[in-house]
Design a protein around this ligand. Structure first.
Ligand code: AMP
Length: 117
């Protein structure tokens, strides 16, 4: 059996991290090293290493990640157009991926620059 990712351990409640959102397909918790006032990670319960390795049968899971992001952003009160938030998915070395378990970063609470670094 392959080693569990840190995110799988959080989802399985082996590592304590309060969940800010959970449904059948995904869970979300605060990033341990936030880069914005709000920095939440939304993670599928099924381990998909990275977005480019998702397959057709993952369609519902991929949709669930974005729907969860919208619900969390709404709850945070950042969906108004004069506020806002950013979703980021890092795939591979050049993007800075460090945990091989697909996750969506939800960033909010400050003006975010574009293009990103
Ligand atoms: P990425 O670089 O896109 O793979 O993002 C991985 C993210 O996971 C980073 O922002 C880390 O700060 C975050 N992270 C790593 N370990 C933990 C943890 N135990 N709890 C919460 N976030 C974590």
């Amino acid at each position: 059996m392959s080693k569990k990712t840190i995110f799988q351990k959080i989802i399985d409640r082996e590592i304590p991290a309060p969940l800010v959102y959970e449904d059948d397909l995904v869970a979300a918790f605060n990033d341990i090293n936030p880069v914005a006032p709000t920095h939440i990670l939304i993670v599928p319960k099924k381990v998909i290493p990275r977005v480019g390795e998702a397959v057709a049968e993952d369609q519902a899971t991929l949709g669930a990640l974005l729907l969860a992001a919208g619900k969390i952003a709404d709850k945070l009160g950042v969906t108004a157009r004069d506020k806002g938030f950013r979703l980021v998915i890092n795939h591979g070395r050049d993007a800075g991926e460090s945990v091989p378990h697909l996750h969506v970063h939800l960033l909010a609470g400050r003006r975010l620059e574009w293009p990103p670094g």
